[in-house]
Design a protein around this ligand. Structure first.
Ligand SMILES: [Mg+2]
Length: 305
């Protein structure tokens, strides 16, 4: 059975400028086994080339731009497919501008079809211009719904969702949010995997650390959803969600042997549960709250709009 992987980056492959232990071996196992995979990120600021270089510096060499699909590419694909010839006023960084340029979507600060909101580059002046464009009839589109993004274990930065929320409040219009968990992001990512192997894989696994984006999107797209606890989600909070991951793993390191052997295990064999059983010296305890986790959840508003 041919499996394809969609893999979130922050909290799955690295945190800050540190690789998550086992991540390099995991990617190496995917490459060596000829398993198709695409990194799927909501960060619309970098280009795929930027991400390949970043991973190379972190210790994962040999990847090319075709291994990365960002919410910026998803936005450009969406606009070129649904509205050829449209124009956009853009609040965003290089990756978004490059993706729109690639799809020949022109910049327009006077009468754009869309205001497109990505990462970070919002200034009061740009927000005021975007507000005026929406008042003149432009539709509001955000590359992703993330209100905030992790910068480190203790720091965050505002995300595209927060900027879109500003414009929603000022104009009374609702934004449309691409990126995970939007089904169009997963639809396009599946097509990329299929192109890699000349046909759709038998099963597709999404690996992510965020319930609202990675896991929700995978569940709604009919994919296997593997939650890793190496990022933003504490295991104690998993039960709060209506949608649930297919499996819960400590990190991608738990998948290395599975990728090498090509034999997936089922959810109850998930290493995080096995670990909990071994550590407590008794069997049968498979409840999610049994796994130890060092950090307490930090009170804050939901990650996504
Ligand atoms: Mg993540």
């Amino acid at each position: 059975m041919k499996t394809g992987y969609l893999i979130d980056m922050d909290g799955v492959i690295y945190r800050e400028d540190q690789l998550i232990p086992g991540a390099a071996d995991f990617v190496e196992a995917l490459v060596a086994s000829g398993v198709p995979f695409v990194f799927l990120t909501n960060n619309s600021a970098p280009t795929p080339e930027d991400l390949a270089v970043r991973l190379r510096h972190l210790g994962i060499p040999g990847l090319s731009s075709r291994h990365f699909y960002t919410s910026a590419l998803n936005t450009a694909d969406f606009l070129s497919e649904t509205h050829p010839g449209c124009t956009a006023f853009v609040i965003g960084e290089g990756g978004l501008l490059a993706a729109l340029h690639e799809q020949k979507i022109a910049n327009d600060a006077i009468h754009p079809s869309y205001v497109v909101v990505g990462e970070v580059a919002a200034s009061m002046e740009k927000l005021a211009k975007a507000h005026a464009c929406i008042e003149r009839g432009a539709r509001l589109l955000a590359t992703n719904p993330d209100n905030w993004c992790p910068v480190s274990n203790s720091e965050t930065r505002p995300g595209a969702g927060a900027t879109a929320a500003f414009l929603e409040a000022s104009t009374g219009r609702r934004a449309y949010y691409l990126g995970k968990p939007n089904g169009y992001m997963f639809y396009r990512a599946r097509r990329l995997l299929a192109d890699m192997v000349g046909g759709a894989p038998d099963q597709i696994v999404m690996i992510g650390d965020t319930m609202e984006t990675d896991i929700r999107g995978a569940v709604e797209s009919g994919l296997y959803a593997y939650l890793v606890l190496s990022g933003s989600t504490q295991i104690e909070s998993v039960g709060d969600y209506v949608y649930q991951p297919t499996r819960v793993l400590k990190s991608v390191a738990d998948l290395i042997e599975e990728v090498k052997s090509g034999k997936p295990s089922n959810r109850l064999d998930s290493p995080v549960f096995t670990h909990a059983v071994v550590k407590r010296g008794r069997s049968g305890n498979r409840h999610q709250t049994d796994a130890e986790h060092p950090q307490k959840p930090r009170p804050r508003p939901p990650m996504t709009r």
